[in-house]
Structures are given as C-alpha cells and as structure tokens.
Ligand binder design. Structure first.
Ligand code: ZN
Length: 218
C-alpha cells in the first residue's frame, strides 16, 4: 500500500513538474567573438587562376574549398569571418570591378587579420609545398605569415621554411596584418592530386586556421 502511494505521489509530482518546464529550447549564451578575420578565396568565375597540369582542376575551385574549411575552423574557435566569396562566381564581371569589390571587403573595419587562399604553379614540376607571402616591409604581416607557414610545415611534416616577402593586392590593400597562402603546387604531380583530396584540404585548412590564431594569441 505504502509502495503504491509512493508511486502515486511520484507520478503526481512528475506530472505536475512537467508543465512548468520551459517549453522553448534553450539557446546557448552568446559568446563574444574573439577575432574578426577576412578570408579571401582567390580568383573565381571568369578568373580560374592556375589550372592543374595533369587534371586541369581550377585553382579558383580549390581555393574556395580550402577557404570554406578555414572558415569553419576559425568559427569553431570563436572567430567572426568575412568571406570575400562563398560560391564559384567572381565578385564582378571584370577583373577591375572584382578587385575593387575585393578591396572594399579587405578594408572592412575592425579586422584583426586578412587571409587569402591560393594554389601555386611552376614550370619545374619538382617544386612543391606551401608558401606564405606577406607584404614586403610589413612587420605584423611577416609575423602572421611566419606563424601560418610554421603551422603548415608542421602539419605536413615538412622542413621548416621562411615566409616570402611580396607585393600582392591582397596583402597590400588591408590595413590589418595580411597573408597570402599558396597551399601547394598544381604543377607537382603528387601535390596536384593531394590538393584535390578532401582530407588533405582539411589538414591544410586547419593548419592555416591554427597559424592565424597562434599569431593573434601571440
Ligand atoms: Zn592564385
């Protein structure tokens, strides 16, 4: 009898308790964005960039794939990311107009870093590996590029290499530290294949994201 009474009371308690639970799904508290990063997938649309020597794969398509994976990695770490493009198209119909729109995005106020994703190509098919370009003379850009290339060579178990000074639109325009990453060579037979492999793209993308965050945390 006592047992039954207990069960009855328990049933009433549970039955009563339920209606008072909030029926709406609880949203997690918004976490403050740690960083604001501009992420540029190089080329697009009418401008395919380089093409794979053996497969004819378009650099613009690979840039977008890697950039979207970098975006995911950065956002998962709490960053806000502004993409210059999120589909295969260019930002405009002409190179000039595309560059002008890209420049406006690269100058987005409050950005902590700008990262442009590209694939390389070279006449000597033995040349391989990632490279990171900074705007010559930009100390913060050099530090960012160093952090990114260190992270990439580490993730790919390659010998350490220095970042390269350069003079590229995407590193020259931003006021924040900027890096142009050449993920690998579409002219190197093995790398051309690897750069089209989803797992390899993810390894590279996550290494780029880690390198950018290591610089920002520095
Ligand atoms: Zn390119």
């Amino acid at each position: 009898m006592k047992h039954r009474l207990f069960l009855l009371l328990l049933g009433l308690l549970l039955g009563c308790a339920r209606p008072y639970e909030t029926p709406v799904a609880r949203e997690p508290l918004p976490t403050p964005e740690r960083w604001y990063i501009i992420l540029d997938a190089g080329h697009g649309g009418f401008d395919a960039g380089a093409t794979g020597t053996d497969t004819g794969v378009k650099e613009s398509d690979l840039n977008l794939k890697v950039a979207l994976l970098v975006q995911t990695a950065l956002e998962e770490a709490g960053a806000r990311v502004l993409m210059t493009r999120t589909d295969a198209g260019a930002l405009a119909d002409t190179k000039r107009a595309d560059m002008s729109r890209r420049a406006a995005l690269l100058l987005s106020e409050g950005a902590d870093a700008a990262v442009s994703i590209h694939m390389n190509k070279f006449a000597d098919r033995r040349v391989r590996g990632p490279m990171a370009y900074y705007q010559a003379g930009a100390d913060a850009g050099q530090a960012l590029a160093t952090s990114v290339i260190d992270s990439l060579t580490d993730a790919l178990a390659l010998k350490p290499r220095l970042p390269n000074p350069g003079n590229n639109f995407v590193t020259r325009v931003p006021v924040c530290p900027a890096v142009l990453v050449e993920c690998g060579f579409l002219s190197h037979p093995e790398e051309e294949r690897l750069l089209q492999d989803e797992r390899y793209q993810k390894t590279i993308a996550e290494a780029i994201a880690r390198g950018v965050m290591a610089f920002l945390e520095g």
